[in-house]
Design a protein around this ligand. Structure first.
Ligand code: CDP
Ligand code: MG
Length: 688
């Protein structure tokens, strides 16, 4: 455990340091553009805008207003308010005007939906108002955040405002890092952490009030908490819940919580002019580039000299120091262009953005329950996302948003809001936790938006195969143990079994590394170099032991290479990942495999330690579809491990007595029908 914690903590601390370095940057932001003044239809300029870019013509729209780029247009940013006292800063926030009404509304209602634009002070102020109004006399004030980095930074800010050491009156709790004490009265935490607390205490007796913040993000944990807190409210008359949201979903939240009142905090953003393409664009990338240049040359209309154009990328996988370049001040006489994924839609805010180019797409994680595979798919955004994007242009002055799609597409082809995570992800971890809470009737669970039945069945079947559920669909002893680990059930099982095989330390390290997102940085333009550096750590057995090599210093690694038992460290992965088995497909060429269950072609990733090796059998941590279906974290295994690990899942094909042991192992087969036959699905459905 210590190893796991220290690796994760080190990363966490790095993230906090990076955040601190970004002093003037708010980390989690939402802008909503629902006010009438921003109605695209109301503005005749929209109808004038026609993207002729595809035909190589310039946009000619002289009616567009011009404005200067100067520091005086800076808005409500921490940088600008830095000179104010903390008290003055707090009182300058939009929410402050409504302090007393807000407290009153909370006192009078068990559930209150609070709506307010980013930066209005919901996250940092409401908890303090509640403390000041005496809510801490009967318990803790809890506030959940979908992202751990947000929980940490916001707690830090509030501790500073309250004037206490972080972890005393104001603290935070995120996975692998609990910074609270017995004195903690205001606690920021990830929604996942609160979900875990419900497992131990379903009524959340320690808390007087919980604020489910950023509820519009609709993470799985927040969605589950909606139902769990609704239940707790029925049992505890002294308990209160606040749900904060961007405007768009507020009605939906209110309806779900038995028509709870909605409290709106008016915001202070600038108008954003929205312009649509007249025709659908055949190539959004081309059009986006052309539009950048158009804006650069024409907005505002310039004299004879054109300023320099500085281009910065930003995406989650980019190392923080490179990411931070987007926040640097633009030198005089130049203009900055940030090319961003949807990270810039909500998670980060860059000052002085006046133009948004919105191609109308994003890469969405999509889970295929049949293949057990996650893939990033280029998907049209929702109207809510489109408005979110446009809003980024209106934070520091009036802005413009160029939508590279038609107005008709916006109204008729885009969903109103995005599909919540719970309908798009593997639900194994969530269902195991619900089972551990004694919730067995999942079909009648009070989901705001229920997940597809197939996704639930796949999760139940997976938990059954892992031994977490018994034939009746009830939690086993092992299942209960697995539920205590804050990670995927497959990894939890691996950790539990590693003890029996005497390699807990090694497995803990590997599991901790698997939980990190970005161990190896592999930028597109330097893939070969990155792979060469990584190859120094490669282990002949595969990527899991490679991860172990990374975490240990060179001398130990060299010595370990000669220890024959080392490969046994990956053995406990077989009982957790026996569904993720690939068998070499000689016809598919080098690196080609097929999944054992569905016989889908899959490939060893070029950066893997097993690339170019001829391992017959491999297990992988997950499949990721990019240009091909690649295995991520691949390790060669002995097939007998699979039979030992999951005897109900595999059989030896044609087990005639004359076969040699080796031959038998090559004929391993999954017992398909035991789990996925029609009848069994129905059975599972009943259990579920
Ligand atoms: O939750 P909401 O977006 O309504 O606002 P908030 O997060 O409470 O932020 C209110 C103000 O607090 C921001 O405009 C920042 O000036 C400041 N803040 C900060 O300095 N550091 C943070 N980590 C969060 C907020
Ligand atoms: Mg907030």
């Amino acid at each position: 455990r210590a190893a796991m914690f220290s690796v994760t903590l080190a990363k966490e601390r790095r993230e906090i340091r990076d955040l601190e370095a970004e002093a003037a940057v708010e980390t989690v932001e939402k802008v909503d553009l629902s006010s009438q003044s921003n109605d695209p239809m109301a503005d005749p300029a929209n109808r004038k805008f026609a993207s002729e870019l595809g035909k190589g013509n310039a946009i000619k729209n002289t009616s567009m207003p011009e404005w200067k780029f100067s520091a005086t247009t800076k808005g409500q940013t921490p940088g600008r308010r830095a000179h104010m006292s903390i008290k003055a800063q707090r009182e300058s926030l939009p929410v402050f005007t409504f302090r007393n009404q807000l407290i009153e509304a909370i006192q009078q209602n068990p559930i209150l939906v609070v709506v307010g634009e980013t930066g209005s002070g919901k996250t940092t102020q409401i908890t303090q108002y509640l403390a000041e109004a005496g809510f801490t006399s009967s318990g803790i004030i809890g506030c959940t955040q979908p992202r751990r980095v947000a929980a940490l930074s916001v707690a830090k800010r509030v501790a500073q405002e309250v004037g206490c050491v972080l972890g005393e009156e104001v603290g935070y709790s995120v996975r692998f890092d609990d910074c609270t004490s017995k004195d903690t009265k205001i606690k920021y935490m990830t929604d996942g952490m609160l979900q875990r607390e419900v497992l131990i205490d379903p009524d959340l007796k320690r808390y007087s009030i919980i604020m489910l913040d950023e509820a519009h993000e609709r993470t799985i944990a927040t969605d589950i908490l909606f139902a769990l807190l609704k239940k707790a409210l029925k049992r505890r008359s002294d308990f209160k819940v606040i749900v904060t949201s961007a405007t768009l979903n507020a009605d939906k939240f209110s309806t779900y919580f038995d028509d709870a009142p909605i409290f709106t905090i008016p915001g202070r953003t600038f108008p954003v002019k929205v312009l649509y393409s007249r025709e659908p664009e055949p190539d959004y990338l081309d059009t986006a580039l052309a539009t950048v240049l158009q804006i650069h040359l024409m907005e505002p209309a310039l004299g004879p000299s054109v300023p320099d154009l500085l281009v910065f990328p930003v995406y989650a996988g980019l190392p923080a120091d490179i990411q931070n370049r987007i926040f640097e001040l633009t030198p005089p006489g130049s203009r900055k262009v940030v090319v961003a994924t949807n990270i810039a839609e909500t998670s980060i805010t860059i000052d002085n953005i006046y133009y948004i180019i919105d191609p109308g797409f994003f890469k969405q994680n999509s889970y295929n329950p049949k293949l057990g595979m996650d893939s990033l798919v280029i998907t049209p955004i929702s109207q809510a996302q489109a408005n979110q994007r446009a809003g980024r242009a209106g934070r520091t002055g009036p802005g413009k948003c160029f939508r590279l799609y038609t107005e008709t597409a916006y109204h008729s082809e885009m969903l109103r809001s995005s599909i919540p995570d719970i309908q798009r992800h593997n639900l194994c971890t969530t269902i195991l936790m619900l089972k551990a809470m004694g919730i067995n009737d999942l079909l009648h669970f009070d989901f705001m938006d229920p997940p597809p039945v197939n996704t639930m069945l796949t999760a139940l079947e997976e938990l059954y195969a892992l031994g977490a559920l018994d034939d009746e669909g009830l939690l086993t002893r092992l299942g209960r143990q697995m539920a205590d680990f804050p990670m995927a059930p497959s990894l939890a099982k691996v950790l539990i079994l590693s003890g029996e095989l005497g390699c807990s330390n090694e497995v803990l390290t590997i599991v901790a590394m698997l939980n990190l997102t970005n161990v190896f940085y592999r930028p597109t333009e330097k893939q070969e170099q990155a792979d060469q550096k990584k190859a120094k750590f490669h282990d002949q057995h595969g990527d899991h032991l490679t991860l172990l090599n990374v975490s240990w210093n060179g001398i130990i690694t060299q010595l370990l290479h000669v220890v024959p038992e080392r490969s046994r460290c990956v053995e406990p992965f077989a009982p957790g990942f026996f569904r993720n088995v690939g068998r070499r497909d000689t016809e598919a060429g080098s690196g080609g495999y097929k999944t054992l269950l569905e016989r889908t072609p899959i490939f060893v990733h070029p950066s893997s330690a097993l690339f170019g090796k001829q391992s017959e059998w491999v297990i992988y941590h997950e499949l990721v579809l990019t240009t091909r279906e690649y295995m991520r974290w691949t390790t060669s295994i002995e097939p007998k491990w699979l039979i030992d690990a999951a005897p109900t899942f595999f059989k030896l094909a044609g087990t005639g007595g004359t076969m040699s042991k080796r031959r038998k192992q090559e004929c391993i087969e999954p017992l398909h029908n035991k789990f996925v036959g029609e009848d069994d699905w129905r059975l599972s459905a009943q259990r579920c």
